[in-house]
Design a protein. Structure first.
Length: 115
């Protein structure tokens, strides 16, 4: 059973940057396209970034131009580089298969953007 462990969140001021990591317990990238999801308080979880075979990426309009996802197959790790963070980016961030979240959810990592 694949386990996903997210890390790298924290408190950052508006305009700041963070880099999130998601480590998988096995070599899953050959079987799944991966995505980053987030869930803000009182809102549904949403997919904000996705990376598919060959490294092609796509992003939700709300984060396009500010977030970049990448992966390291050798380390079984997916990354989310976030710049120009806004208060509305505050959420718990998760990784999972995408667009269908077929894997067990990890604990997520909290990102709080506030002055």
């Amino acid at each position: 059973q694949v386990q996903l462990v997210e890390s790298g969140g924290g408190l950052v001021q508006p305009g700041g940057s963070l880099r999130l990591s998601c480590a998988a317990s096995g070599s899953i990238f050959s079987r799944f396209n991966m995505g980053w999801y987030r869930q803000a308080p009182g809102k549904q979880r949403e997919l904000v970034a996705r990376i598919i075979s060959g490294g092609v990426t796509n992003y939700a309009d709300s984060v396009k131009g500010r977030f970049t996802t990448s992966k390291d197959n050798a380390k079984n790790t997916v990354y989310l580089q976030m710049i120009s963070l806004k208060p509305e980016d505050t959420a718990v961030y998760y990784c999972n298969a995408a667009p269908a979240a077929l894997l067990n959810w990890g604990q997520g990592t909290q990102v709080t953007v506030s002055s």
